[in-house]
Design a binder for this molecule. Structure first.
Ligand SMILES: [Zn+2]
Length: 343
């Protein structure tokens, strides 16, 4: 019923309602040793459909909660939210940098300095998005169930070892998709459980997090590092695992190089101050022509975050200029001179 992708490693497809990704690949690793626990990597949204599929797999594969370690590769809702909201006492692990990011959010929100709608409004202003976007994003699925419980989560450091029966996994830090995305590498068997760091067909979404975080720069560095690993079996967070990892890495590099060039071309051609939202609307999205106008507001939000990650990457390397005005970021090509109103 569940595909055994390697000895004692089972792939469990968890449905993701309202997500274009459709399914999460959750990996159930059975320990055949009394000294070590089972391990489950990634869980799904905090949504009844995810829970149902998950509990069914726990039963069918005969995994007891108290005898299993739960690991989320990163803080995104489709990997982490169900684990974090589990009504059972479980041992849950998350990369330290992702955990710190969540703790900072929880602290900020509980201090009542900002509530979620203020936060979304501020981000949409920073993006340069029209006002009506904030409300749509506020109601979106990916924004729900964000009342994280972080007290019981254990931090994973790069280099941490997890012995699961016949396997010994080492945690690797692959920053970029999130501030502290981790992967698990089995050096003997050459298995890499990589979350959303590398995906076949879809390029992992690299978005803007905070201006101090160079998310695209971090991601490309992590991607370069993953190229050096000897991997014979790659196990991804979504879709099929049947592709050549090394070739896929090159394709993802090409994708971002092309994107960076496109962003510079847009700024150069327009020769004016542009917001991330304006730049995003002029970029090529997917294969169909004029995809931007067909995208929903939610998709515009993601696309703008991605455009901003590319803009920030270029700005941090002096390839373009940046201006901040009233909470909004603007960018120009280096050769564009703008009228600052005589100030
Ligand atoms: Zn994911």
């Amino acid at each position: 019923m569940y595909q055994e992708v390697a000895e004692n490693i089972f792939l469990v497809k968890i449905p993701l309602p309202n997500s274009p990704l459709k399914f999460l690949n959750s990996y159930f690793i059975r320990s055949n040793h009394p000294d070590s626990k089972n391990m489950v990597i990634d869980g799904g949204f905090n949504h009844p459909d995810c829970k149902e599929a998950f509990e069914k797999a726990m039963d069918a594969l005969d995994f007891a909660y108290e005898n299993t370690n739960f690991v989320a590769t990163h803080l995104h809702g489709d990997h982490f939210a169900m684990f974090s909201a589990m009504d059972k006492e479980i041992t849950l692990f998350l990369g330290r940098l992702d955990l710190e990011y969540l703790e900072k959010k929880v602290e900020k929100n509980s201090a009542q300095e900002v509530d979620r709608s203020d936060e979304i409004s501020a981000t949409s202003a920073l993006f340069g998005m029209p006002e009506e976007y904030a409300e749509v994003v506020m109601r979106a699925q990916f924004m729900q169930n964000r009342n994280w419980q972080t007290e019981h989560i254990r931090a994973i450091e790069a280099g941490d070892k997890f012995v699961v029966g016949q396997y010994s996994f080492e945690a690797i830090l692959f920053k970029g998709h999130t501030p502290g995305h981790i992967a698990l590498y089995e050096n003997d068997k050459k298995i890499l459980i990589c979350g959303d760091h590398i995906l076949g067909k879809i390029s992992p979404n690299i978005t803007y997090w905070e201006s101090e975080l160079d998310s695209l720069g971090n991601y490309l560095e992590s991607l370069f590092f993953s190229k050096q690993l000897h991997v014979e079996k790659l196990l991804c967070g979504h879709r099929s695992n049947e592709f050549d990892m090394y070739q896929r890495i090159e394709e993802i590099f090409d994708h971002h190089t092309q994107r960076l060039g496109e962003v510079v071309d847009i700024l150069t051609a327009e020769s004016r101050k542009m917001t991330a939202f304006e730049v995003a609307s002029k970029m090529t999205w997917k294969v169909a022509e004029d995809m931007w106008s067909k995208y929903s507001k939610e998709q515009h939000w993601f696309a703008t975050g991605e455009a901003l990650a590319h803009l920030e990457y270029l700005f941090k390397r002096d390839k373009i200029k940046k201006y901040i005005d009233g909470g909004t970021y603007y960018y120009t090509a280096n050769e564009t001179t703008i009228d600052t109103g005589g100030e």
